[in-house]
Design a protein around this ligand. Sequence first.
Ligand SMILES: Nc1ncnc2c1ncn2[C@@H]1O[C@H](COP(=O)(O)OP(=O)(O)OP(=O)(O)O)[C@@H](O)[C@H]1O
Length: 291
Amino acid sequence: MNTLKIDKLTKTYANGVKAMQNISLEIGNGIFGLLGPNGAGKSTLMRTIAGLQQPDSGQIIFNGADVVAEPVLIKQHLGYLPQDFGVYPKVSAYDLLEHLAVLKGITSAKERKEQILALLEKTNLYAHRNKAVSSYSGGMRQRFGVAQALLGNPHIIIVDEPTAGLDPEERNRFNNLLSEIGEQVIIILSTHLVEDVHNLCTQMAIINKGSLLAYGEPDTFINQLEGRIWSQTIDRADLPTFREQYQVISVQLHAGRQSIHVYAENEPGNGFALRQPDLEDVYFAQLYHTK
Ligand SMILES: Nc1ncnc2c1ncn2[C@@H]1O[C@H](COP(=O)(O)OP(=O)(O)OP(=O)(O)O)[C@@H](O)[C@H]1O
C-alpha cells in the first residue's frame, strides 16, 4: 500500500493569490478525486505533489519520505499526465515512448521494449504504434498520455483534467483504463466532472479558493444530504425571488425550463419535492451552501 500524507500546505503567488491555504489530506491506493471550480488551486496542489514547484510551508510525505525537502524521492515513482501535454511531434508512438523511457532512466533496452509494448497493449494503441502521435485523435492522445505516465511502473500517478475535450465513448474508455490501473497505485484525478468522480473514486476532496472544503468518501457525503435537497421547476423570472427565500445550490436547465435545487433541513413547502441527492448536490452544497 502506498501512502501520501499532505500536511498544512500553503502557497501564495507573488501577485497575492492564495492558491493553497492549509491543505491537509491522506491518500492511499485507489483513485482520489480532486474537484473544484476553475482557479480553485487544483493544478497548484498537483504540481506541488509532483515536485514541480515548492510550497511556502507544509509537508508532503510519500511512503515515509519527505518529498518537499527532496523532490527526487517522489519523481522516481511518479507518473504525470498534465492538463496540456503540449507538442505532439511527428514521430511514432513507439519512438516517442522509447525516447521518454530513456529520459525516465530505464537504462536496459530490453526492459524498455518490454514495457513499451505492454503499455501500448494496455492503452489499446498497439495497432497504431507506428503512426505519428500528431495524427492521433483526442482520445488516442490521452491514452498515449497514460502510457507515458506509466513508464517506469510509478507508484503514484497524477492526472490533471484528462477527459476534457473527449467524446463520451473516448471518455468511457479512458475512465475504464484509469480504474484498472488504480487498484495497485495512488491516482490523483483532478477534474470538473462530478460524474467521473462518482464513477471512479473511492475518496475525494473539494477545494475552492485554495481551501479544502470537504474530504472523504463520495457515498458518505451523499448520505449526509439525504432528506435535505429539494427541487422544483420554475419560471426564469422567479429565480431572484427564490434565491432570496431559499438556499439555492444549483440551477439547471430541464427541457428548456429551470430546475432549482435548494438545501433545507425541513420541508420548504411552496411546491418543492424531496429529491435523492447526488454527488453534484454535494459539490454545489459545499461550494454555495452557507453553513
Ligand atoms: N504562476 C502563477 N502566478 C500567479 N498566480 C497563479 C499562478 N499559477 C496559478 N495562479 C493563480 O492561482 C489560482 C489557482 O490556480 P490553479 O491553476 O492551481 O487552479 P486550478 O484549480 O487548477 O484551475 P483550472 O481548473 O482553471 O486549471 C488561480 O487564481 C490562478 O490564477
